[in-house]
Design a protein around this ligand. Structure first.
Ligand code: ZN
Length: 268
């Protein structure tokens, strides 16, 4: 792959023919040289990445889903934040549109943080292309099927004191407290998760769905958005170098597959 400033695309894309659109906005690890030069050493290992999601979802072709996978790190820009950078969880700590610190509150920039012009540049270069494509594909799939399920796929370390107390449930579904998708869809997917008692699951717990879920989810218009925040402990080592664990993934992957199949069946 070409890794020049202009050579790395904002996202990888697969066009499917089913009613399922899958977005992975935090899966990217690439940082352009112009940004990388300004980042502190702590950024080198990309600790806050939603690691290995494409590998974990290796069954996605069998669902014939349309898939967008972000290529650039959330340290360049966070695709799951609104472009005006409003806090998604008022009163709670969060990282912003262009994060300036890690989940462990370590400074991301050697010298000053990016100013408004640099933030705007990143919005135009990374944020807008991803969202233009996502919006277009949601409309296409909706026009073909009458309704569309948008599945926003995430993962996070099981323990992040900055964001939540204790240990996160394994499978955290969010539909913006019922506003982003039909309650029947959320209940069906939660039911699929709960058939597997070795994994804990919750709907609209600490994670209720970020910008993508909230912005695109319009059940009355046939767009049903659901976020799944997975605990990384279910499929990988949570410490550097953040290795994928085939032995763990083999257990959670069938559950994930069943949850997504359930969502797709609901849409038919
Ligand atoms: Zn994420």
């Amino acid at each position: 792959m070409i890794v020049s400033e202009h050579g790395t695309p904002p996202y990888l894309f697969r066009r499917g023919t089913s009613a399922l659109v899958v977005s992975m906005p935090h899966a990217g690890t690439y940082v352009a040289p112009s940004i990388g030069r300004t980042l502190a050493d702590v950024a080198a290992q990309r600790p806050d990445t939603d690691w290995h999601l494409a590998q974990l979802h290796d069954f996605i072709q069998s669902l014939d889903a349309t898939v967008l996978v972000a290529m650039h790190s959330r340290y360049a820009i966070d695709l799951n934040r609104p472009p005006d950078d409003a806090n998604l969880y008022p009163g709670q700590d969060t990282t912003g549109l262009v994060p300036v610190d890690t989940f462990d509150r370590r400074k991301l920039y050697r010298a000053g943080n990016p100013g408004p012009a640099e933030v705007q540049r990143r919005v135009e270069r990374y944020w807008q292309p991803y969202h233009r494509r996502l919006a277009r594909e949601i409309e296409r799939v909706k026009s073909e099927h009458g309704r569309v399920v948008l599945w926003d796929a995430h993962s996070i370390r099981s323990v992040v004191p900055r964001f939540f107390e204790g240990r996160l449930a394994d499978l955290n579904l969010g539909n913006a407290d019922g506003r982003a998708c039909d309650p029947g869809l959320a209940e069906a997917v939660l039911g699929a998760a709960r058939r597997h008692r070795e994994f804990t699951s919750v709907l609209n717990g600490r994670f209720k769905g970020g910008y993508i879920t909230r912005h695109y989810g319009k059940p009355s218009a046939g767009v049903h958005a659901l976020q799944l925040e997975m605990s990384e402990a279910t499929y990988m080592d949570e410490e550097p170098p953040f290795a994928f664990r085939d032995d763990l993934a083999a257990r959670v992957r069938p559950v994930l597959h069943e949850m997504m199949e359930t969502a797709l069946s609901w849409a038919k």
